[in-house]
Design a protein around this ligand. Structure first.
Ligand SMILES: Cc1ncc(COP(=O)(O)O)c(C=O)c1O
Length: 425
């Protein structure tokens, strides 16, 4: 087999530059390569592997559906697609009761934006510094980090960005909780001074994933929602990374006590297959006309059958509770490591979405970028896929392992991290 650099357009970096890993198979929270090595996975393939790898129930559902029919477009209903829509309505917050099935997270964010524009008759959008919503053109326009936009512009007009809820590195130079959530209150000024009064939606992740697994502080979304309601602006809640038990709730927005107008879900929804969705209020959905949006494979029965089984696994195996319990345990163990290693500046998160920020100096908070990357290399040598060297500053370990991971595997991964930090510290 050729090296992938000989056959792929070089959009993607290998997990480590030193050695290409060719994945062969996976089971639970463990990934195996073609050379027979096994790795405990703390990465969860960008958080998508919530149910673990090749979960037997999902595999069985896919096999069964593949034998019946794999491809039916939206023009016809199928049992799996209708059942999946019913299930999504059941598990998302009350009031969200219309579903649109698509293929990827970025595409679903595009559809959410289109829907918000149709519903409001307005076009402007407000997103956050540090936000990540995917790499299609509209979704990329919402990204709040220049590195993923450089050379690709100009981007969508009418997109405004405002400081986020990154408490460890507050753009406003304030400290939580004494800050009175000024980053949320600023929304009112952004609407007044930056926009032309044509704002359709405020788009946000309830916890910023790609930026470095950063949870919003409590009160953030209630403050934001009050302002949005005043201006009749919709809230688009991007749960692509945080959805499906990842943060110790079925959806992360449940931590914050607000109901969005549109929720965007993907990644873990498919249990390994590509499927995404937007779930909207009836009021919003009623403004969208047939064929306003269409995608050939959206809602195809194979992906829908996989997604139904994937949600059943979350429910049957009580992965919401498991995520909370194991997340608390992992957080405790990481805080113990923080006491030992000066390199660890911040440990934060909810459930099994945890960010560990490495800094050269706890006072200046200078990002320990090289050390972070070396931690990734050292962990891999010891059989752990540790997503260090991530976040916009390249210094965060973004832990989002499969939720089926065991306490013993977490212990092994933390012990390996301890050794790696010693090796690079
Ligand atoms: C919050 C968020 N939105 C959207 C996306 C894009 O999803 P996809 O890669 O499926 O297009 C991602 C991907 O990481 C994400 O984290």
């Amino acid at each position: 087999m050729q090296s992938r650099s000989d056959v792929f357009i070089p959009f993607i970096k290998p997990f480590i530059a030193e050695k290409e890993i060719v994945v062969s198979h996976g089971k639970g929270a463990v990934v195996y390569d073609t050379e027979g090595n096994s790795y405990i996975d703390m990465f969860g393939m960008h958080s998508a592997a919530v149910q673990g790898y090749s979960h037997p129930k999902i595999v069985e559902a896919v096999k069964r559906q593949a034998e019946k029919i794999m491809h039916v477009t939206y023009d016809f209903a199928t049992e799996p697609s209708v059942k999946l829509a019913e299930k999504l309505i059941e598990i998302t917050p009350e009031g969200l009761n219309r579903v649109y099935l698509l293929n990827s997270g970025a595409e679903a964010d595009e559809a959410a934006v289109y829907t918000a524009r149709r519903a409001t008759g307005r076009y402007e959008l407000i997103a956050l510094y540090g936000a990540f919503h995917g790499r299609t053109y509209g979704a990329r326009s919402l990204i709040g980090w220049r590195g993923y936009k450089t050379g690709g512009g100009p981007f969508l007009p009418g997109v405004h960005h405002m400081p986020s809820y990154y408490c460890y590195r507050c753009s406003l130079g304030l400290e939580h909780p004494g800050c009175n959530l000024q980053c949320a209150r600023l929304l009112s000024d952004v609407i007044t001074y930056q926009t032309s009064g044509e704002v359709a939606a405020f788009v946000a992740e309830p916890m910023q994933g790609t930026a470095g697994n950063i949870p919003a502080p409590s009160g953030y979304f209630t403050t934001v929602k009050k302002i949005l309601d005043e201006y009749e602006i919709l809230l688009i809640d991007d749960e692509v990374i945080t959805g499906f038990a990842r943060t110790g709730r079925m959806f992360a927005i449940e931590h914050y006590g607000v109901t969005p107008d549109i929720m965007v879900v993907a990644k873990a929804l498919g249990g390994g297959l590509p499927v995404s969705a937007i779930v909207a209020t009836e009021d919003v959905a009623s403004k969208v006309m047939p064929m306003d949006y269409f995608t050939t494979f959206g809602g195809n029965p194979l992906a829908a059958a996989a997604a139904l089984a994937a949600i059943e696994v979350i429910e049957e195996e009580k992965l919401v509770e498991r995520s909370q319990k194991l997340g608390d345990y992992l957080m405790k163990r990481l805080r113990e490591l923080q006491e030992k290693h000066e390199l660890i500046g911040d440990v934060r998160g909810k459930g099994l979405l945890i960010g560990v920020e490495l800094v050269k100096d706890r006072k200046t908070k200078e990002p320990a970028r090289e050390e972070s990357y070396q931690v990734r290399v050292e962990c891999l040598k010891r059989g752990v896929i540790m997503p260090a060297g991530m976040g916009w500053l390249g210094n965060v370990i973004r832990m989002n392992p499969p939720l089926v991971i065991t306490e013993e595997q977490i212990d092994k991964a933390v012990d390996v991290l301890d050794e790696a930090l010693k090796a690079v510290g």
